[in-house]
Design a protein around this ligand. Structure first.
Ligand code: SF4
Length: 211
């Protein structure tokens, strides 16, 4: 498990690492920056046997996602080791519904969550199409909170796809919010996180958006 500064969770759990940018909200991807740091640590110490080594293949020589996505088998046992009930952000370093994550592996991640009802798992994706496609084959215990990211009005359809899932708790991450979202339909949505863009790479601020 990973300690985190993210305000809306307690810890992160990464059964998959690595990703591909899919929409404007990915431009200044925090996970990519974190992964590049871990990749650098792994390159300095090639003898490392801990999970830092998993970041070698997922980052390229320019410090960007290499588009390799890596399921991390050993991480599936992590929730068993957490003694106290936890609020857990699943895949802060990837997207569980990335097109290259095999459906069988996604089902195994869900089974782990099903088998640990004492923990609440927050799964967040930008790949709402794949989520909707697989949702019927997954078991949605009450401890699984499912969310989609929406950064501009162009991606509002992700919310309809989220609504089509049987998740008991559905949430939105409107972060980084890159444009107005007028008349947002929040039917069937239980929680929303809102935030601007941050980071050292020329983040957009609200003034630029006229907000
Ligand atoms: S989907 Fe998430 S983890 Fe993947 S590139 Fe976009 S912001 Fe980063």
């Amino acid at each position: 498990m990973g300690q985190t500064k993210i305000e809306w969770t307690e810890l992160t759990w990464n059964p998959v690492v690595g990703c591909t940018k899919v929409s404007p909200g990915c431009a200044h991807c925090y996970a990519e920056r974190m992964a590049a740091r871990l990749h650098g640590m792994a390159r300095k110490r090639p003898d490392r046997t801990d999970r830092v080594r998993n970041y070698l293949p997922v980052i390229n020589d320019r410090g960007r996602w290499s588009n390799v996505v890596l399921p991390v088998e050993e991480a599936l046992a992590d929730p068993e080791s957490w003694r106290a009930p936890r609020l857990v952000f699943v895949n802060s370093m990837s997207d569980l519904f990335h097109e290259d994550v095999p459906p069988d592996f996604i089902a195994r991640v869900f089974r782990v969550m099903n088998e640990h009802p004492q923990h609440r798992f927050q799964v967040l994706t930008k790949r709402a199409d794949k989520l909707a496609e697989l949702a019927r084959d997954l078991t949605w215990t009450a401890n699984i909170w499912m969310g989609v990211s929406v950064e501009t009005a162009e991606y509002i359809s992700r919310i309809d796809l989220l609504r089509s899932t049987p998740a008991r708790v559905r949430f939105l991450s409107l972060e980084p919010l890159l444009g107005p979202l007028p008349c947002l339909n929040l039917d069937g949505i239980h929680w929303a996180i809102v935030g601007g863009e941050s980071g050292p790479w020329g983040a957009v601020n609200c003034g630029e958006l006229g907000m």
